[in-house]
Write a protein that binds this ligand. Structure first.
Ligand code: NAD
Length: 490
């Protein structure tokens, strides 16, 4: 168990040893509403605050996170079952995104000059404005990154925030809130609510939230889209994935195998951009299967002295076990050890499972990779694009022209060449998916703009008593406009 939910409390457990970690009160709907009113009131000033002030607050926050680095790593590992190196990576990537967003705020959201075209007497520009109150909902698999990154973007864009962490992993956010309050003394700008879907749903449907940023499953993302659509409430949806890796016949086998195993197994495969499906050219397929199987058996999973940590959430554990069981009857399954006690799933490779197997139809979100052969590039693209998800993808090979052509046909928000997952750490790149993987972007300048409204401005450089297209110009205007159209656009 990682959480027990009763009427008014979340009881949080360590998934590795089931030790009880803490108990937090669930936020009542009345408390949620009070927090939203506080956020709305705070937004009246903060929405119009200077970039300098926002940058100062977020820099203070960043420094305080660094001071509490060890406490963050410990809390993340305890409530998710991650390995220490994985907890540390989470702190590092969170800080890198925070650093980037602070540094590039003016470039992303400062006034942008626009050409006034034929209207030479006019000056035109665009400004980015805060939306108001941002409601942020996060999942359990990266409790720090997936909280800090949208939080920083929303606050830097001038919004106040009410955030709900996953009920499975609320302790990292509890610590984050303490750190924010200590660093800034501005508790009203960022508030936290605790609970499961009911609290999230109330945050989404409230008339007091002006934008929703949701990271989580496609099923819940769809529900949120349905609630926001009739209200025309802007929504950023960062949803599930089933990322493909295409391996061409000239790929470096050593790098491909290591990348696939790290990309599929790190964080016990509980990463939205994990490598879940490999499509290898038929000329390299058998060799790749052999090398992958051999390498997989060197990756250890368990409590002590191992690379792959625990599955964090019980429902996820059951789903992965079910997919593997189903795959055993539909393809060959290679595993490094058997599933025994605890919440550990040994690194698993499923060879050529049939298209109707559960593992080919659902997101796995565990340390399991499938592998299939392909003959032509067209077939590889079709297979890679065949699930409806489109978060990210990778292509391994040497021929740059061929890779370029392939990557443009892959329906995904990101394509990495001869690498996996690492694009997430490049803070200047926008992140977000196609199709069932969601809409909108976080990270990069696009992430800051996603929490902003664009306003177009125009003023007169030179001002006359009236304009020639206003009333009262008679035939002169019509005649002149006819001539102009013929000369200018013909
Ligand atoms: P989930 O959808 O079950 O829950 C996510 C959050 O939504 C939780 O905080 C939950 O309490 C809340 N929630 C549940 N029902 C709700 C409702 N009706 N209205 C509002 N909020 C509601 O997802 P999860 O199991 O926590 O996370 C795993 C999923 O997240 C996977 O599918 C994974 O691929 C995806 N994910 C995507 C990204 C990305 O950036 N695209 C990143 C991490 C995880």
């Amino acid at each position: 168990m990682s959480v027990r939910i009763s009427n008014d409390v979340l009881q949080v457990f360590n998934p590795v040893n089931q030790e009880e970690l803490s108990t937090l009160p669930i936020t009542s709907l009345q408390e949620l509403n009070e927090k939203l009113h506080i956020a709305k009131t705070a937004a009246e000033n903060y929405n119009f605050s200077s970039f300098f002030r926002r940058q100062k607050l977020l820099s203070q926050f960043r420094r305080e996170i660094v001071k509490n680095m060890d406490a963050f790593v410990e809390t993340i590992c305890k409530e998710t079952g991650k390995k220490e190196a994985e907890g540390l990576m989470e702190v590092f990537i969170s800080l890198e995104h925070l650093r980037y967003a602070v540094k590039n705020l003016y470039e992303a959201l400062g006034p942008q000059k626009r050409r006034s075209g034929l209207l030479l007497t006019k000056k035109a520009w665009v400004e980015y404005e805060a939306m108001g109150v941002a409601g942020i909902i996060s999942p359990w698999n990266y409790p720090l990154i997936l909280t800090v990154s949208p939080l920083a973007e929303a606050l830097l864009a001038g919004n106040t925030v009410v955030l709900k962490p996953s009920e499975q992993t609320p302790l990292t956010t509890e610590l984050l809130k303490k750190v924010w309050d200590k660093a800034t003394g501005m508790g009203d700008l960022f508030q936290v609510v605790y609970g499961a879907g009911e609290v999230g749903s109330a945050l989404v449907s409230s008339s007091l939230t002006d934008v929703i940023c949701f990271t989580g499953s496609t099923a819940v993302g769809r529900k949120i889209a349905e609630v926001c659509a009739p209200m025309f409430k802007p929504v950023i949806l960062e949803l599930g994935g089933k990322d493909p890796m295409i391996v061409l016949e000239d790929a470096s086998l050593k790098r491909t195998v290591q990348a696939a195993i790290w990309g599929g197994m790190s964080n016990a495969g509980q990463t939205c951009i994990s490598v879940e499906r490999i499509y290898a050219h038929e000329n390299i397929y058998s060799q790749l299967v052999e090398n992958m199987s051999a390498s997989l058996k060197k990756v250890k999973c368990g409590v002590e002295d191992s690379e792959v940590g625990s599955i964090s959430v019980e429902v996820s554990l059951e789903k992965i076990k079910n997919q593997i069981k189903d795959a055993e009857s539909k393809g060959e399954v290679i595993q490094n050890g058997a599933i025994t006690e605890g919440w550990f799933i040994p690194p698993t490779l499923v060879i050529n499972p049939s298209p109707d197997s559960k593992i080919m139809q659902e997101e796995t979100f565990g340390p399991v990779i499938t592998i299939h052969p392909f003959k032509t590039d067209e077939e590889a693209v079709k297979l890679a694009n065949g699930t409806g998800y489109g978060l990210s993808a990778s292509i391994f090979g040497k021929n740059r022209k061929r890779i370029r052509k392939l990557s443009r046909r892959i329906q995904a928000g990101a394509v990495s060449v001869n690498d996996v997952l690492t694009h997430y750490g490049i803070a200047d790149l926008p992140f977000g998916g196609y199709g069932l993987s969601g809409i909108g972007k976080v990270h990069g300048k696009e992430g800051l703009r996603a929490f902003s409204r664009q306003k177009a401005y125009m003023l007169n450089r030179v001002q006359f008593g009236s304009e020639i297209w206003w009333y009262g110009q008679g035939d002169f205007f019509r005649g002149a406009l006819r001539k102009f159209i013929k000369i200018f656009y013909a």
